[in-house]
Design a binder for this molecule. Structure first.
Ligand SMILES: Nc1ncnc2c1ncn2[C@@H]1O[C@H](COP(=O)(O)OP(=O)(O)OP(=O)(O)O)[C@@H](O)[C@H]1O
Length: 293
């Protein structure tokens, strides 16, 4: 940390439905302002990427810290772009899928030490229709859930739980997907099609056992039908996934098209309905501070 000069801390005041005051105090205590000036930016929900880009230009920070969920980390990564500035993540969202996959600590003090530390992973990013995806993106029932959650007044895990039954009732599944990858073209019916840069959802569900965030490939996952016991099974780290439940296609690029528009999300952000999705991997695109293994 001695080498790092200024820090930019991005705080999402609403993520995870939690107050961040305690967290910000802990970070301020950790950094001696004389040596390591700290600039704090509170996200507003509009123009955040542009505002953060301008701040980065102005203060040229040695590290960008993010206290928020996956959506906030996505915006921070896009604002950093091609600059060689590592991200330090203090998970403060509802699901924190990226933190789960990076093995970030649960304890706030340890999270801050990791975010300020000198151990990094250079992770791949997915370019999905021109948007960045660090963790998971999907078409289908999970995106419908996120859409319903974004319209509900209750944030956090409880908000998601409250929306799960209405989502199942209202869902337009099954969906028809045409999937083109380097393996060829196939057609599948399913409840959800995911583009996975990682192995687990933020719930801890192990849906892509071979998924690594720095291997230069991603996986297309097709969840073929709704199977409660198979979903429970994914909660185990050593889950043996039945190919009748999930089909996994490793690839460097994919084009997916649907007959009718299907709900679509990237890193927990609802992106509207879409019929055509183009995905390609951008290898080792961003540096993230991770625990010393
Ligand atoms: N001040 C704000 N007011 C309203 N919305 C905001 C504000 N700041 C950011 N947002 C919105 O917060 C969303 C990002 O939330 P984020 O993903 O970080 O947290 P989360 O949804 O609680 O967690 P997770 O993605 O881990 O489940 C974006 O849609 C962004 O537009």
């Amino acid at each position: 940390m001695e080498k790092i000069k200024g820090f930019l801390l991005i705080v999402n005041p609403i993520s995870g439905g939690m107050n961040k005051k305690h967290l910000i105090n802990e970070i301020e205590e950790e950094l001696d302002d004389e040596k390591h000036p700290l600039e704090i930016y509170y996200t507003q929900g509009v123009n955040d990427k542009e505002n953060i880009q301008n701040l980065i230009e102005d203060i040229n920070p040695g590290r960008v810290l993010v206290a928020g969920g996956d959506g906030t980390i996505k915006i921070a990564a896009e604002a950093v772009g091609d600059r060689d500035i590592p991200l330090g993540i203090i998970p403060a969202g509802s699901a924190n899928g990226l933190a789960v996959n990076l093995g970030l600590p649960k304890n706030i003090r340890e999270q801050i030490h990791t975010a300020l530390g000198e151990h990094f992973m250079e992770t791949d990013i997915l370019d999905i229709n021109g948007e960045s995806c660090l963790h998971m993106s999907d078409l289908g029932i999970n995106a419908e859930l996120i859409q319903n959650y974004e319209h509900s007044p209750i944030r956090g895990k409880v908000g998601y739980m409250l929306q799960s039954i209405p989502t199942l009732i209202k869902s337009k599944y099954p969906f028809e997907f045409k999937i083109e990858t380097q393996e060829g073209v196939i057609k599948r019916e399913g409840i959800l099609l995911a583009f996975a840069n990682a192995s687990k959802y933020g719930t801890g569900s192990m849906v892509n056992p071979e998924g690594k965030m720095n291997d230069g490939i991603f996986e297309v996952l097709v969840f073929k039908h709704f199977d409660f016991f198979q979903i429970l099974n994914t909660l185990r780290d050593d889950a043996k996934l039945d190919s009748d439940f999930i089909e996994i296609i490793p690839t460097k690029w994919a084009k997916v098209s649907c007959e009718t528009p299907v709900a679509f999300q990237i890193d927990g952000e609802y992106m509207g309905e879409s019929k055509n999705i183009d995905v390609k991997i951008l290898p080792k695109k961003i540096k993230i501070a991770v625990p010393e293994k």
